[in-house]
Design a binder for this molecule. Structure first.
Ligand code: NAP
Ligand code: ZN
Length: 352
């Protein structure tokens, strides 16, 4: 065991503050990384503030962070895919049972015995897992991803959650050339969905509550932008979408988007607001439309997404911040004021 620097929250009402946590010494299958950058996901904020009390209550102290890019500092004797000095990445998963049908299919995100990167029972040290707001982490090789060379590490970090969480449902629901695809909410996830939708050849329409994001949406690859508070603009798209990805972090009227789907169209929720969303039955019945959800992605698809980003030169648009600004960044997330992902430079933690 060794001590690592980290930022943790002591309670749902506490600010994140500097602390020291225990990490395990790397075992024979483990990779130890010096964390270079960690993205700030809105899930970090939900979890730190215990907003998912019913589904995933928070255990304190909580060290969030699951968009991790780092430099390998040590590998165990049985590790074959990484060596000291490699750039590597860790996302939302750090363990699963490997034997269930989901794991066998490479869909570890559905494993009944998965371990998330933070706030999940830590099999090695007891207590809960601690995430990437830290200067180092130790993860079993199987859960470590390769970062394609040429990708900027600060902008690559958010691919590990915002990237895979949007890429996976877009692939599952066959977003391709000729499809009309909506993206609701131009935040961290939403802006990645726009980039992927564009790269996959779809006609992408962004729905935003922030008129000031219009030019950015077009620059990111959207073909059209709708200010969702304008009902006339919304009505022009009734019954026309093959697929809509809803990446909104707060309560909103999902029925307004269900109406925009064509027959057999699908809207997938990736956003995880604190409170349940009300769904009107008739919006789904008429048109045989469907509503579904999607969590992160499995390891093979996460690597596929990273390689796709390498081939297409896709990274997140990031605002790099020192970790000392993390509490300020959370307040800005709540105001939808991020362009379009905060990425924490962990050099700021090392020099504290
Ligand atoms: P984010 O960067 O804060 O973006 C959320 C966006 O939602 C905002 O930029 C804003 O876009 C829109 N929005 C915010 N409040 C709104 C409101 N009251 N009404 C309508 N729109 C609103 O968050 P994120 O990191 O992308 O995460 C989005 C959600 O996905 C969070 O709930 C997060 O927990 C969840 N998530 C889920 C998974 C998964 O596995 N399914 C993975 C990661 C994150 P505009 O300004 O364009 O309106
Ligand atoms: Zn996330």
């Amino acid at each position: 065991m060794y001590n690592a620097k980290a930022y943790s929250a002591a309670s749902a009402k506490s600010l994140l503050a500097s602390t020291t946590i225990a990490r395990r010494d790397p075992g024979e299958h483990d990779v130890q990384m010096e964390i270079l950058f960690c993205g700030i996901c809105h899930s970090d904020l939900h979890q730190v503030r215990n907003e998912w009390d019913n589904a995933m209550p928070t255990v304190y102290p909580c060290v969030p962070g699951h968009e991790i890019v780092g430099r390998v500092t040590k590998v165990g004797s049985a590790v074959t895919r990484f060596k000291q000095g490699d750039l590597a990445a860790v996302g939302c998963l750090v363990d699963s049972d490997r034997t269930c049908p989901e794991c066998q299919a490479g869909l570890e995100q559905f494993c009944p015995n998965l371990t998330l990167t933070y706030n999940f029972p830590d099999k090695h040290l007891g207590g809960v897992t601690y995430g990437g707001y830290s200067d180092s982490i130790v993860v079993e090789e199987r859960f470590v991803l390769r970062v394609p060379s040429g990708l900027n590490p600060a902008g690559a970090a958010p691919l590990l959650c915002a990237g895979i969480t949007t890429y996976s449902p877009m692939r599952h629901w066959c977003v391709t050339k000729g499809k009309k695809v909506g993206v609701v909410g131009l935040g961290g996830l939403g802006h990645m969905a726009v980039k992927f939708g564009h790269a996959l050849g779809a006609h992408v329409v962004v729905f935003t509550t922030s008129p000031g994001k219009k030019d950015d949406a077009l620059r990111l690859g959207a073909d059209e932008v709708v200010v969702s508070r304008d009902s006339n603009q919304m009505a022009q798209h009734t019954g026309s979408f093959d697929f809509i990805l809803d990446a909104v972090s707060a309560d909103h009227d999902i029925n307004a988007y269900i109406q925009l789907l064509r027959r057999d169209g699908n809207i997938t929720l990736v956003g995880a607001p604190e409170k349940p969303l009300a769904v009107a039955a008739f919006g789904l019945l008429f048109g045989r439309r469907s509503l579904s959800g999607s969590p992160i992605g499995g390891l093979p698809e996460t690597q596929e997404m990273l390689d796709f980003c390498g081939a297409n030169n896709i990274t997140a648009d990031v605002e790099v911040i020192p970790i000392q600004k993390v509490n300020e960044a959370y307040e800005r997330l709540l105001k939808a004021d991020v362009k379009y992902r905060f990425s924490i430079d962990m050099a700021s933690l090392r020099s504290e």
